[in-house]
Structure formats: C-alpha cells, structure tokens
Write a protein that binds this ligand. Structure first.
Ligand code: GSH
Length: 205
C-alpha cells in the first residue's frame, strides 16, 4: 500500500494528492499535524530529514520531494500526466522549473503575508509583486498558445502550479491574475477537475 504522510492544507501535499487522484492510485493518507510541530519530531524526520511535508512510503520504499513523488506515482500507474515524447517532456520540465524558481517564491511571499499571518516587509511584497507580474505575463503568453503548460495535455506541470494559484486567489494577487486572461481561463478549467475538487474538499460526493 502506498502511504502519503502530509497535511491536506499543505501545497506540496496537494500536488501529490492530485496526482494520486488523477491516476486513480489506491493509497492511505497519514496526517502529519504541522500545527502541533509533528513534522519536526524524530518519527517524521526519519522520513523527511528537512522536516517538510509530504513524504511517501510504498511497500517499504521511502522518498520525499513532492515533484519527484508526482513523477514516481504517475510512472508507476502508467498514467498520462507526463508526455510520451521527448519535447513534450522537456516542456513539462521547463514549466516545472519556472514554477519552482520564478513563480512559487513570489507567490509564497503573498501567501505568508495574507493567508499564514506571517507579515512580510513592504519592500519584499513589492518585489514579489513585480516578480509575479513578470512570471504571469510569460505564463499567459504560453497559455495563449496551448490549453495546458506543456501543450495539449494536462501534465504534472499544471498540477505543480495549482496549489499556489489556489492560495494566491485569496490574496490581492487575485486582481493581478485577472489581468492575464489565458492564465485565468487555465485556472477556471483546471480547478474544475474532479481531482482538484476532491483534494481541496470541494467535491460534491
Ligand atoms: N521541496 C519540498 C518542499 C516541501 C515544503 O516546503 N513543505 C511545506 C508545506 S507545503 C512545509 O513542510 N513547511 C514547513 C517547514 O518548512 O518547516 C517538496 O516539494 O516536497
């Protein structure tokens, strides 16, 4: 049995849970309550030495790092979340790197400030706002040409952006995002997927 150790509100846990839902992979969810500091206790540090969520165990095989976990789950399931051609895969990897390097650090500044009640310096917010506008413009130009980040296929690249977009939509970044119609249309489309509704507790099951 594949086990995920994480928290339902954690962005990185949500990427992995979405991949599990998209690939119909049977699994069990083991709650690590970060509000009680369980991710910094010895039992969890033995799974994830950086003390971050999530971690995975699959019949004795243990790993961490959410993006690597998504690739593993999809490959094991023979899923369709990674393109079968080299160029499609390259573009998926390119957009996953953009997410990690150019989008998420700026998005997290707003998420810390507005959602997680961790005030950020005004200069840092200003700089994150500029960084986000730049990333959104580049994402928008790509999504003007393709339905999804890596082309016509919904991939792990889309999944990796989703948890951060979900949270920034609860911050003033929502108004910034509205200026980018193709990102906005992509978000309307991907956030309606049954997998995402399930992971965010919005599925009408
Ligand atoms: N690169 C790691 C990052 C994991 C991460 O930052 N997890 C957050 C929750 S979404 C966390 O555990 N934060 C608490 C901490 O860093 O102490 C991954 O993708 O799995």
């Amino acid at each position: 049995m594949l086990s995920i150790f994480g928290h339902p509100m954690s962005t990185c846990t949500r990427k992995v849970l979405t991949t599990l839902a998209e690939t119909n992979t049977p699994h069990e969810f083991m709650l690590v309550d970060f509000t009680k500091g369980e991710h910094k206790q010895a039992a969890y540090l033995a799974r994830q030495p950086f003390g971050q969520l999530p971690a995975l165990e699959d019949d004795g095989f243990k790993m961490y790092e959410s993006r690597a976990m998504c690739r593993y789950i999809n490959e094991k399931a023979g899923g369709s979340l990674v393109p079968s051609d080299a160029q499609g895969r390259a573009l998926m990897e390119q957009w996953m790197s953009v997410e990690t390097s150019n989008f998420t650090p700026h998005a997290m500044t707003f998420i810390y400030h507005h959602i997680l009640q961790t005030p950020q310096e005004p200069a840092k917010l200003e700089s994150a706002g500029k960084g986000l506008e730049k990333a959104l413009a580049i994402m928008d130009a790509n999504l003007a040409k393709h339905a999804f980040f890596a082309g016509t296929q919904f991939t792990i690249a889309d999944i990796c952006f989703m948890p951060y977009v979900e949270y920034v939509m609860g911050t003033p970044v929502k108004e910034t995002l509205a200026k980018f119609p193709h990102v906005h249309a992509w978000w309307t489309k991907v956030s309606a997927r049954p997998s995402w509704k399930k992971v965010t507790g919005r599925a009408s099951l």
